[in-house]
Design a protein around this ligand. Structure first.
Ligand code: ADP
Ligand code: MG
Length: 452
């Protein structure tokens, strides 16, 4: 619109071609913020007859002679009034410099630019798959260096480890801005270490990683097998730990399963609190879908959420992907989303193969084998503890890993009532939280049932 504005200005105020070219044409729109427009008068304009005037005089001249007219013309063309100011390129330089200083001083203390602004505690949905990890993270965020050190968060892909770590970082940056918080992936750590060795800047590297209050290292499993990175990380860890600085580590597996990790590093990782994030239950998935739909402002019918929560098994990232896809399709087609529509739209995400593979029969067989009992025992009416426990484990896993209704599960478990299935699954659900052994049994069984 700027061209139209200055043409109108020229005509309305009978400005000569010469004056127009000298004074008006070079002006640029620098910014429009709310009802404030800032116009920039560039310095390097030497055509026309402005040659006798210094730059500052030229800015002053334009201001006196044309600013009122420009303001009126803008109001006329735009249909509303703006507060128009002129800026010289000298002012601009000063402003740019200030902005730059602000940016670098903020990034000096905290690498906020590495953080996803959406990964906060507020947007994190708590379910019984992640409540321990969440509680520990919050405690660490509230009192860094004082409770669990290191905090070690582990779990499968797309379950919220990065989200939680960044939530800790956001929280500390907000509540204790004087602390230096550094969030990096272990990949970044490795790459910067390699660079520092190559460029002989090891002291800078150490300064960066040791002169901080909180270090969050994401996906530590990637340093497995990298000897010199492990070595450097070991020293970084010790330096921070001795100063009682908070360390938070995430990994796709618990320390004890990190096979080729050096023993001394493994011991360090186990010193604080290892907490895991499990595959979300149906209820958690529904809660997440509701929250995300609300945040994203989409309206998705209950049956569709139910379909998504039932069919997407193991990753919240996939759950989000499904939601994004559905909302995009829905916007394009302007049709309400139906379950049929979701089936069609999500067929890439929900592969029919994986649906066919995991059946109640398969789960019952694997559980029976694991506990060294017969599958028939699970289906039988026997009530001895050595049968009841595996039976309930199988019920729990069927609820977690299949899409069968509780009624059909009742049938699959030797024609039991569906409330028995609910009760059994619920019992294990509670034990998974309170009992280490049950939890690790479930972990192992899930891997046996679904090795991918
Ligand atoms: P990971 O690091 O474990 O692979 P992410 O933290 O990247 O997983 O999580 C994947 C996606 O799922 C992210 O977009 C994250 O915001 C979302 N997500 C995971 N867990 C939750 C949760 N409990 N509540 C809300 N969003 C979640
Ligand atoms: Mg991650």
């Amino acid at each position: 619109k700027w061209d139209l504005i200055i043409q109108t200005l020229k005509e309305d105020y009978d400005i000569t071609d010469m004056s127009f070219r000298t004074w008006i044409k070079p002006i640029q729109v620098y910014s429009v913020v709310g009802d404030k427009i800032t116009l920039l008068i560039p310095e390097n304009n030497n055509d026309g007859d402005g040659k006798g005037l210094s730059y500052n005089m030229r800015v002053g001249y334009i201001e006196r002679k044309y600013l009122a007219a420009i303001t009126l013309t803008i109001a006329e063309i735009m249909g509303r009034e703006y507060d128009v100011t002129l800026m010289s390129s000298i002012d601009k330089e000063k402003i740019d410099k200030k902005q730059k200083q602000k940016d670098t001083s903020a990034s000096k203390n905290n690498n906020i630019q590495n953080l996803n602004p959406n990964y906060t505690f507020e947007t994190f949905v708590i379910g019984n798959n992640n409540n321990l990890a969440h509680a520990a993270s919050l405690a660490v965020a509230e009192t860094p260096g004082e409770v669990y050190n290191p905090l070690f968060i582990y779990g499968g892909v797309g379950l919220g480890k990065t989200h939680l770590m960044q939530a800790i970082a956001h929280f500390i940056i907000k509540t204790k801005p004087e602390l230096k918080v550094l969030y990096v992936t272990s990949e970044t750590f490795t790459n910067e270490l390699i660079d520092s060795v190559k460029n002989q800047k090891n002291s800078e590297f150490r300064e960066k990683y040791r002169n901080i209050d909180v270090l969050l290292i994401d996906d530590i499993q990637f340093i497995i097998g990298k000897e010199s990175t492990q070595e450097e990380f070991f020293h970084t860890f010790n330096a921070l730990y001795q100063d009682r600085k908070q360390i938070v580590i995430s990994s796709d597996r618990p320390p004890k399963e990190m096979e080729t990790l050096s023993e001394r590093l493994r011991t360090r990782f186990e010193m604080g609190l290892p907490v895991d994030i499990q595959i979300p239950t149906y209820e958690t998935k529904m809660a997440i879908l509701n929250k995300k739909a609300e945040l994203g402002g989409y309206d998705i019918p209950y049956e569709v959420k139910d379909y998504v929560a039932t069919h997407i098994k193991s990753s919240i990232r996939e759950l989000e992907g499904a939601l994004t896809k559905l909302s995009a399709f829905a916007k394009l087609s302007s049709n309400p989303i139906t379950v049929e529509f979701a089936e069609e739209a999500l067929k890439d995400l929900i592969s029919p193969d994986s649906r066919r593979e995991i059946t109640p029969e398969l789960i019952i067989d694997i559980v029976a084998e694991h506990f060294n009992i017969k599958s028939e025992d699970i289906l039988s009416q026997k009530r001895s503890a050595d049968i009841v426990y595996p039976r309930q484990i199988a019920m729990y896993l069927c609820r977690q890993m299949t899409t069968n209704t509780v009624q059909s599960l009742g049938k699959a478990f030797g024609n039991r009532d569906h409330t028995t299935i609910l009760h059994g699954a619920d019992k294990i659900n509670k034990m998974v939280i309170s009992d280490e052994n049950t939890k690790s049994t479930i972990d192992i069984l899930i891997k046996k049932i679904n090795p991918s």
